[in-house]
Structure formats: structure tokens, C-alpha cells
Design a protein around this ligand. Sequence first.
Ligand code: FAD
Length: 255
Amino acid sequence: MTETGVGGAKGIQGLILKAFGADDYRLTVTAPARYFTDHYVRLEFSGGGLLREKPYHPTMFLRLWFEDRQGRLHQRGYTVVDPDPAADTFAIEFALHEGAAARWALTARPGDALGATFLGSGFAIPEPAPEGWLIVGDAASLPAINSLLDALGRTTARGVPVTFWFEWVHDSDKDLPMRLRPHDTLHRVRRDPAPGAGIVEAVRAAAFDATGHFGWVALDTAQTRAVASVLRTDYKLGRRGVKSQAYWLETRCPS
Ligand SMILES: Cc1cc2nc3c(=O)[nH]c(=O)nc-3n(C[C@H](O)[C@H](O)[C@H](O)COP(=O)(O)OP(=O)(O)OC[C@H]3O[C@@H](n4cnc5c(N)ncnc54)[C@H](O)[C@@H]3O)c2cc1C
């Protein structure tokens, strides 16, 4: 059994989070990994008291601590999936790519411990209920999007339609778990982050006056900014009609 990011030296990131009042938790893997595809794996955890202390909300995320190849800890956001607050258990789903988080997830076993910090997570379904939702995401934000779809299914917004643009990379991404309802619409768009291409253009090309809708966007940093701007302007949602958050930073040179 291994321990990663539990206590220990979290460096300047850890000091800053503490200064902002963050709380630390020790997560423990409780079951063998479940692979949805060759690039997407789910792990079950007990929360070390997390869900007894922090009320759950859709898209809730933790800052998990992973070791880079030099043995230094860094924190990355991951989404709480299918929480059971009474049991203090939940899952986390990892989109697998190059990186410390994926490396950890690929070798995690029941009993392994992982450090988590809670700070900065907050979101509520807007009131009054929007007339429709425009959601734009990828494999990394799919857990958060599924948590939104679950919440919409439980609230008064039950019949409100969602249009979901999903950026895919691997052929197997078509087998990823999506909790869309029959009245929702899915557009699959192959990843192409070049300007004037890919998901930004797909969203732009479908623009209409969507006043009264709500937009939710989480892609890589550059595309999150671009799509959010399209929704605010071309779809006429304005600043308050869009929630956007960059989920990851593209650092590889385009090939
Ligand atoms: C609020 C929030 C919630 C999130 N929830 C989830 C979640 O539930 N599941 C999940 O899988 N991810 C989630 N993410 C994204 C995750 O935090 C990032 O992908 C993170 O960069 C992974 O860290 P790493 O240490 O593995 O890789 P890093 O050290 O950050 O990056 C290593 C390399 O991998 C590339 N890379 C990083 N992320 C991706 C990606 N998603 N796809 C392709 N290449 C990538 C980088 O460009 C870099 O070249 C969330 C992010 C945020 C902000």
C-alpha cells in the first residue's frame, strides 16, 4: 500500500492553500480500478471525513496531490463522482494522458492513500431554471458534466434540454459514460485546437440567440476562453449566463 501527498512537504502551493483556509483530507482507495475505456478509469474512495464536513454540490472538485518524476508534489483538480455523504464515499474518474495523475491512477490499489485539499469549489444550478443548457467539455470535464446532468434530472429543471458539445481524442471515447437524457442533444467534435478549427468553431457555427439559456464550459485553457467568449457574445448569454473554468493546460507542441 502506498501513501501519496498525505502530510509531507506540499511546498509553496500547500502554504498558499493553507493561508486561504483550505482543509486537507486523506482519501483511501476502496476497490480495484474500473476501466471504461483504455483511456478512462474510475477509482472508488473513502473520504477521510470529507463528505461529512463539506456539503456536496454538482461539479464539486478536490485538489489531489501527485508526485512528479522528480518526487515533488503538485496539486491538480479532480471531480467528486457519485457521492454517498452518509458513508463518506465517492468515486473519481481519470482521463488518462501523460502526467503524474494518470501515472498514479494506473497503479492505484485498494488501501492506497492519496492526499486531497478542499478549497475553491462551489456551484449551484441557477434559479430560476434556465430554458436550456449549452455544455461544452471533454473527457477531463465529463465527470463534472455528468454530475450536472444528474442534478438537472433531480431538480425542477427536469425537462430542460441540454446541448452538449464533447471534444474527443481517442476512438474509444465513444464508449465513455454519458448521463444524457433522451431529450438532450450530443455533438461529438474531434480535438483540433488550431485557431479556426475544432470545438470552438463547431460551437460558433451553431450560434443562435440563446437568451435565457445557461452555458457551462470546461476544456483546455485556450479553448475554454474562446468557447466562453462565443457563448457570451454570439449566443447572447452575457457574463452571468456562462460558467467557465479551464480544466487543463496544453503544454505539448502541436504535431
Ligand atoms: C476543477 C477541475 C476538475 C477536474 N476534474 C477532472 C476529473 O474529474 N477527471 C480528469 O481526468 N481530469 C480532471 N481535471 C483535469 C486535470 O486536473 C488535469 O488534466 C491535470 O492537468 C492532470 O494533471 P497531471 O499531473 O496528470 O498532468 P500535468 O502535469 O498537468 O500535465 C502533463 C501533460 O499532460 C497534458 N495534459 C494534462 N491534462 C490533460 C488532459 N485532460 N488531456 C490531454 N492532455 C492533458 C499537459 O498538457 C502536459 O503536457 C479537472 C480540472 C479542474 C480544474
